[in-house]
Write a protein that binds this ligand. Structure first.
Ligand SMILES: Nc1ccn([C@@H]2O[C@H](COP(=O)(O)OP(=O)(O)OP(=O)(O)O)[C@@H](O)[C@H]2O)c(=O)n1
Ligand SMILES: C[C@](O)(CO)[C@H](O)COP(=O)(O)O
Length: 239
């Protein structure tokens, strides 16, 4: 007999991105935190959110920001007619705490994918983001990185030793993980060695996979980075 009862559709795991914009930008020394500075006339953070919205994945966006800036952000959204849907969550004392606040708000299947991305890496690309999600879907985690282009020396006890630069990767974001794994890893107590999400997950005992980033996927950290980002953006076809 043919089964004609309607079936509950298979629930496709959701894709999420936590965009961390909870920092104060002390190294930038600007009047407003660097995520709000203008790049080609639009706040840095809006470029970053557009990059995710313009992928085929269109992840649910969870935006982390210090509560002092929530009203300012709403004003900016009105001013720039910025309509990309997102959930606004309060940031924490450290990047680790900010990510944790985001994770606490995501109620999802353990197989869902969660990317974490710095608000201040606005020149990421759809290719980098989609590769990160695709690799993490197959291998549980994917951390964007690029090979060092400079020669590398390690200094210990005053002695410098040359390292093989082909073995050295510079880590970027997005960093994408299966949700169950990421949430468990973020239950660990904070230590100063947790400079990114990969270091948290690695400390939890998981081997980290690298996917190809780009030398243009810069983090805006120092004042000169704004000029560099302006230049890189002007090279992009959609800019
Ligand atoms: N408590 C914090 C600290 C940082 N971040 C975010 O993490 C990303 C990377 O951090 P970094 O570049 O160090 O930003 P800031 O902490 O703002 O800068 P600085 O270290 O110069 O103060 C940024 O998008 C920043 O907003 C965050 O969400 N919450
Ligand atoms: C997460 C990160 O952007 C990867 O490169 C980086 O570790 C953040 O470090 P920072 O000390 O906050 O600049």
């Amino acid at each position: 007999m043919t089964d004609t009862t309607p079936h509950t559709p298979h629930l496709t795991p959701h894709n999420y991105v936590i965009i961390v914009a909870g920092g104060s930008g002390s190294r930038m020394q600007s009047a407003v935190p660097k995520q709000f500075l203008l790049l080609h006339g639009l706040p840095v953070l809006m470029h970053t959110m557009q990059a995710f919205e313009q992928t085929v994945i269109k992840p649910v966006i969870v935006l982390i920001m210090h509560p002092n800036f929530h009203a300012y952000w709403q004003e900016l959204c009105s001013k720039y007619n910025f309509n990309i849907p997102h959930q606004l969550i309060s940031g924490g004392e450290t990047r680790f705490n900010s990510v944790k606040n985001g994770l606490d708000q995501i109620d999802c299947d353990s197989n869902a994918l969660i990317a974490i991305h710095d608000a201040v890496r606005p020149i990421t690309s759809a290719g980098i983001i989609e590769a990160s999600f695709a690799y993490a879907a197959l291998h549980d985690n994917a951390v964007t990185a690029v090979k060092s282009r400079d020669s590398i020396r390690q200094v210990k006890n005053g002695v410098s030793v040359s390292l093989l630069r082909d073995e050295i990767y510079l880590v970027q974001t997005p960093q994408t993980f299966k949700a169950g794994l990421l949430k468990k890893a973020y239950e660990q107590p904070y230590t100063e060695s947790f400079t990114d999400d990969a270091s948290v997950v690695e400390q939890y005992g998981i081997a980290i996979n690298i996917t190809e980033g780009s030398y243009e996927n810069i983090k805006i950290t120092f004042p000169e980075d704004i000029a560099i980002a302006e230049l890189l953006l002007s090279k992009k076809p959609s800019a």
